[in-house]
Design a protein around this ligand. Structure first.
Ligand code: F0G
Length: 463
């Protein structure tokens, strides 16, 4: 779309290129490992149209809004609806979409009360077709994989990327190879990849080992990699921020808080915010903060101990398996956007994650453990007065509650931390547990249980 009176919303610019985030070198045909051929750093997609003043913010807002009443497949996608700020495929026919995006922005009344932040909202990316935020990136990257003529695509994953990749490539008629750490991802995610028909390999290593192997594989075999090193993924994931700002009538919130694993998502959201400000869609930047699990805190340490200048890798361990990552690929992109937006980076404990997940569940929406770091992180940022109670705060919930039922069951049964170093602190979680009960099938037994529950939790209790 150009700044003329009549927008041309469907006109693909086709002008995008790849810029190295390290040395700034520009290219139009990236290497298969999506790294700069000169300095080896990661690439990002750039389009002169996004920077040249050719896009008019008011026209964009209006055409994006109009598309919400359209039934065309591209307009029904909460990603492609924002296509003026995405790389344009050669033809709309190439686009692989499952109507991703369009995710709700929920109020969180219980968490608002418990944190003292009245304007607290959750952008729930777990409401995507395969249950995580990965779908927003996968529709774009799988589309470009197909356009490039690949028959095989692959990813290393802690579970959600593989589920999403398997679904999108199945829809697009591509074959997919999944590399996951054996025994360290949830069965629900693995079962998705199996059902969508991926060739699934459980490797005897961790996520970082899977990703290393994938990088070697793409140099040896004609396989297109769909990890978030692939910059098309991040372009799709930018749309979370476009959609969020549209839901807020283009009034920027004060804070956006997001979990950090391989750090693609925070990088994508930050890129979107910077582009929106440049185009004039928003007048100022929200602060983008990244939260990690204490046991997988590479970015926290990189910023604290190396001022964000070199990565400090860690041996990752956390029950929030989605972010069990010690050597995050997009760390430098994440450092850049945290610094550009004035955000923070914090870590939270296993017990804090479990409590936050239960609180988000009690809101009637739920999320997976990795997503709950956002609420736990907010508490820390409030204690540090980095977030003020009168500010508007958005938590990005990245995955659906049903993604990790083992965690949820163990939590409510009281087994989650049994025999671990976290057991002593976990007593504080008891008020949040709702264990299932096995009863005789009699009216008496049920009435007695109802009565006990009423006494334990009177109607106005906050827990
Ligand atoms: N939340 C969930 C539910 C995730 O699945 C992930 C990453 C993250 C947060 C962290 O996002 O990596 O962009 O910083 N999951 C990847 C996967 C690594 O393979 O599914 P990130």
């Amino acid at each position: 779309m150009r700044s003329s009176a009549t927008p041309e919303p469907d006109g693909p610019s086709g002008t995008f290129g790849f810029r190295c985030i390290g040395c700034g070198a520009l290219s139009h045909a990236p290497e298969l490992d999506f790294r700069c051929s000169q300095c080896g750093n990661l690439l990002e997609i750039t389009d002169p149209a996004w920077r040249s003043g050719k896009l008019c913010a008011a026209d964009l807002k209006s055409v994006w809004h109009q598309r919400r009443s359209s039934n065309s497949p591209l307009d029904l996608s909460g990603v492609w609806r924002f296509r003026e700020l995405l790389p344009a495929p050669q033809s709309e026919r190439h686009v692989i979409t499952l109507r991703e995006g369009n995710t709700p922005l929920y109020e969180l009344p219980g968490s608002s009360r418990s944190t003292g932040v009245p304007r607290l909202f959750a952008k729930h990316q777990g409401m995507n077709p395969t249950g995580s935020f990965k779908d927003a990136g996968m529709t774009v990257a799988s589309t470009f994989a197909k356009q490039a003529g690949y028959s095989w695509v692959a990813c290393a994953s802690t579970g959600n990327t593989s589920a999403s990749m398997a679904a999108y490539t199945a829809r697009g008629g591509l074959r997919s190879l999944v590399l996951v750490p054996e025994g360290k991802i949830s069965w629900s995610k693995l079962s998705q990849a199996l059902d969508y028909g991926a060739l699934t390999c459980q490797l005897r290593t961790d996520f970082d080992g899977c990703l290393r192997l994938l990088q070697e594989l793409v140099r040896r075999a004609p396989v297109y990699q769909l990890n978030s090193i692939n910059p098309f993924r991040l372009e799709g994931q930018k749309t979370l921020a476009f959609e969020l700002l549209e839901q807020l009538y283009w009034h920027p919130p004060d804070h956006i808080i997001v979990p950090g694993g391989n750090l693609g998502n925070s990088s994508a959201i930050g890129k979107a915010l910077l582009e929106m400000r440049e185009i004039g869609l928003i007048p100022r930047l929200p602060k983008l903060s990244v939260i990690q699990a204490e046991g997988a805190n590479a970015l926290v340490r990189t910023l604290r101990e190396a001022s964000g200048k070199q990565l400090i890798s860690v041996d990752a361990e956390t029950r929030a398996t989605a972010i069990r990552i010690g050597n995050p690929a997009s760390w430098q992109k994440a450092v850049n956007v945290i610094q550009a937006t004035g955000g923070a980076c914090e870590q939270v404990s296993e017990v804090e994650i479990a409590r936050a997940k239960a609180e988000i569940g009690a809101e009637g929406i739920g999320c997976e453990p990795a997503s709950a770091v956002t609420l736990a992180g907010l508490r820390k940022l409030l204690q540090q007065s980095f977030v003020k109670p009168d500010e508007t705060v958005i938590l990005v919930l990245t995955g659906n509650l049903l993604k990790d039922p083992d965690f949820t069951m163990e939590f409510h049964r009281g087994d989650l931390f049994r025999g671990t170093v976290h057991e002593p602190q976990s007593a504080a979680l008891n008020p949040f547990r709702h264990p299932p009960m096995v009863l005789d099938a009699t009216l008496d037994a049920v009435l007695k249980t109802l009565d006990q529950a009423e006494k334990a939790h009177p109607i106005n209790s906050n827990v």
